[in-house]
Design a protein around this ligand. Structure first.
Ligand code: NAD
Length: 715
């Protein structure tokens, strides 16, 4: 044994060849944490010191190769000063460079995913062999940063500038075959032949049959493009990538700039360029938000996993109502492998649900994401019915009939009589209290809310609503089923609007106030889209449906009259009364035409402006900053209230709910992280400036307390 640590061992194999094996003790995956990095330093030194070694192969003892850096270490790490960060980065890079500079050939055997720092380790070797199913890539930009262990230096020198930019700026994971095509790896082999292939390569390099020094050399030199070629490659890429990423996500373009700046330098100087740019990005609030988001997501997954222990198996599901939501739920369940009965009281309802599912599946087949046989299988897994015949075999029923408490109570009681005693009942209601619906049931412990978002196949969130009487098994089974459907479930407690709609309506409250001051809704949409929302509030109202918004608003006003009561007529009222229901009937705030591809296209409509004149209470000049504050303060404060009221258990879940449920701008991390980024005290002071707008703008006592004590929601 040449080196033995907790993450790495180096042992002699045969005829001067050693194996450097990554196998992090006590973890299911390998990652580049502090410990691993330190041990890599020691391993490389040990190999360097041993004059008898003739070649090195690098392997992994896990299913993965190395998943990347340990992201949990980022938050603390990135708090260091710029100088410390750059120095730390260069020190880490010296380990990779020392490995690269070993006086013997090195071959990396990539058995499973190798991402970020994991793939940068691979790049430091002379040769790379990869197993057929493994994937490699540099996903750092997804965290608002770029590769910092030499990825921006070595990759363009190995696979060329254009390919490297595509890999780094997209952050995508690349299949073995694609990696071979661009020359990121030297051979693709079957998993059980991987080590053999690595050994074969290293032996051929040792014997001189392969010239490993020549293979290594380009990585140490400047990029082989002349000035004109460089300009063409970098300038075109910067324009294109900037357009794709948008102004709120600077990392992809910064990565290109770094590659460009370092293009005419050799390795060591180029690594310095990389380190300086890396540190600049690591300090941005975008990186902080995106890293926070990643960590929140991990926390969510861990929580969802805990429910697995109590969850009952769902082998067969059922959905009541084959409308927009029921059809979507049936499609999602079937396509993810849980067969589902779909019951409706109308034949044409069932046909519509089936058509919708067939359309969605057809699209996946068209795009090559699904094999035609799989499509037939999924369609067969949706079993339409007009009777309760087979409901005795069902493990969970999702109720998605019309949004009417009386109808829902009748339907739920009816289905309770035909299912097993342990079958879980879940309602997809968006506004009705789960505790109220539970009153109609004999076994309220088996009942929860399961709130999907429209369109079901696209929206990643499912709110699982725990009623007063819901059992742990009911909650856990619903969480597990949502996960099996490929969704991100968040468990919340019952209240009007649950988490997501409760927070969304105050945001619309802010919108109403702006319209009351005569502010143009097109301007508001533009400002909020620039702020980072996928669509502005007027457009969103049209997409969701003015009638849905109108109904939801009334429910919320009743639930929280102190701050959400409606004073006088609002825009939603006048639109609703004029039968402008939004996209669904072709006119709302905007009018809708059909574009060449058959998709609705919004155009301005003078009639909408005419209607809105009647609701202006006072003309007020507002700045773009005001528009953001009018809209965001109520949303943020309501999120704070949800956390304080225990509707949602953690700040991480609240923020993720908003990101997955309503497309809150990810680079801002969520409502609570947004408050953190402004500073709690500063946020409270800002809200106080708008206090005359009403209770939606009044911070809670606890938030004032947090401000006074210098507390934050995260860290
Ligand atoms: N559409 C949305 O954006 C959205 C989003 C989240 C939640 N929801 C909720 O989902 C539920 C369904 O909404 P939708 O938009 O799909 O409505 P929808 O009108 O498209 O569909 C309702 C379906 O239920 C059927 N139905 C009525 N009574 C029934 C019964 N007794 N048994 C079986 N089927 C019956 C109707 O025939 C119809 O096909 C509502 O509670 C709604 O609040 C809707």
């Amino acid at each position: 044994m040449i080196y033995e640590g907790k993450a790495i061992t180096v042992k002699a194999l045969e005829s001067g060849i050693v194996e450097l094996n990554f196998d992090l003790k006590g973890e299911s995956v390998n990652k580049f944490n502090r410990l691993t990095l330190n041990e890599l330093r020691q391993s490389v030194d040990a190999i360097k010191a041993d004059g008898s070694i003739k070649g090195v192969i690098v392997t992994s003892g896990k299913d993965v190769f190395i998943v990347g850096a340990d992201i949990t270490e980022f938050t603390d790490n990135f708090k260091l000063s710029d100088e410390e960060l750059v120095a730390g980065n260069l020190e880490a890079n010296r380990i990779f460079s020392d490995f690269e500079d070993l006086p013997v050939p090195t071959v990396v055997a990539i058995n499973g995913i190798a991402l970020g720092g994991g793939f940068e380790m691979c790049l430091a070797g002379d040769y790379r062999v990869i197993s057929e199913s493994a994937k490699i890539g540099l996903p750092e930009v997804k965290l608002g940063i770029y590769p910092g262990f030499g990825g921006t230096v070595r990759l363009p020198r190995v696979i060329g500038v254009d390919n490297a930019i595509e890999w780094i700026a997209s952050g995508k994971e690349n299949r073995a075959a694609d990696a071979l095509k661009v020359g990121a790896v030297d051979a693709v082999v079957k998993a059980d032949k991987l080590k053999e292939a690595a050994l074969d390569l290293v032996k051929r390099a040792i014997s001189g049959e392969l010239d490993y020094k020549a293979k290594r050399q380009p990585k140490l030199e400047k990029i082989k493009l002349n000035a004109i070629e460089q300009m063409m490659a970098f300038e075109t890429a910067k324009g294109f990538v900037a357009g794709q990423a948008g102004p709120n996500y600077p990392a992809p373009v910064e990565a290109i700039k770094s590659i460009q700046k370092a293009a005419n330098f050799g390795r060591d100087k180029a690594l310095e360029v990389e380190a300086n740019g890396f540190v600049k990005l690591a300090k941005t609030s975008v990186a902080e938000s995106l890293i926070g988001l990643f960590l929140n997501d991990q926390e969510l997954k861990k929580k969802a996993k805990q429910y697995d222990e109590v969850a009952q198996d769902v082998k067969l599901a059922a959905v009541l109502g084959a409308g927009i939501m029921g059809g979507g739920i049936a499609y999602q369940s079937a396509s993810k492998g849980t067969p589902i009965l779909m019951k409706d009281i109308r034949e044409e309802g069932i046909q519509m649900g089936l058509n919708e599912a067939a359309k969605l599946l057809g699209k996946r087949v068209e795009k090559g994401r699904m094999k035609p046989e799989k499509m037939a299988e999924a369609l067969n897994a949706i079993r339409p019915t007009m009777s309760y015949g087979d409901f005795g075999n069902v493990d969970i029923v999702v109720e998605a009939v019309v949004e009417n408490p009386k109808v829902k109570q009748i339907v739920l009681a009816e289905v309770e009589d035909v299912v097993r005693e342990d079958t879980i009942l879940a309602s997809n209601t968006s506004t009705i209290s789960i505790n109220l619906l539970a009153k109609a049931l004999k076994r309220p412990e088996n009942f929860v809310g399961m709130h999907f978002f429209n369109p079901v196949h696209m929206m990643p969130l499912v709110e699982v609503i725990r009623g007063e009487k819901s059992s742990d098994a009911a909650v856990a089974t619903t969480v597990a089923y949502a996960k099996k459907m490929g969704k991100n479930p968040i468990v919340v407690n019952d209240c009007p609007g649950f988490l997501v709609n409760r927070v969304l309506f105050p945001y619309f409250g802010g919108f109403s106030k702006l319209l009351g001051f005569g502010v143009d809704f097109v301007r508001i949409d533009k400002v909020m889209e620039k702020f980072g929302w996928p669509m502005g509030p007027a457009y969103l109202s049209d997409v969701v449906g003015i009638d849905t918004g109108h109904h939801g608003r009334d429910v919320m006003a009743e639930g929280f009259p102190d701050r959400m009561a409606v004073e006088g007529k609002t825009a939603v009222d006048v639109m609703y009364e004029a039968n402008r229901l939004g996209q669904k009937n072709g006119k709302g705030f905007y009018a809708y035409e059909t574009d060449k591809r058959g998709k609705p296209k919004k155009v301005s409509d003078p009639q909408a402006y005419e209607l809105l004149k009647s609701i202006v209470v006072e003309q007020r000049e507002v700045t773009d900053e005001d528009i953001i504050n009018f809209m965001m303060i109520p949303l943020c404060l309501e999120t704070v209230r949800c956390l304080e009221d225990g509707i949602v258990e953690t700040a991480a879940e609240a923020d993720m709910g908003l990101i997955y449920g309503i497309g809150f701008p990810p680079f801002r991390g969520g409502a609570l992280r947004y408050i953190d980024s402004i500073g709690v005290a500063e946020f409270v002071a800002l809200a106080d400036k708008y206090a005359d707008l009403g209770a939606l703008y009044h911070p809670t006592a606890k938030l004032r307390e947090m401000a006074k004590n210098g507390q934050k929601f995260f860290g």
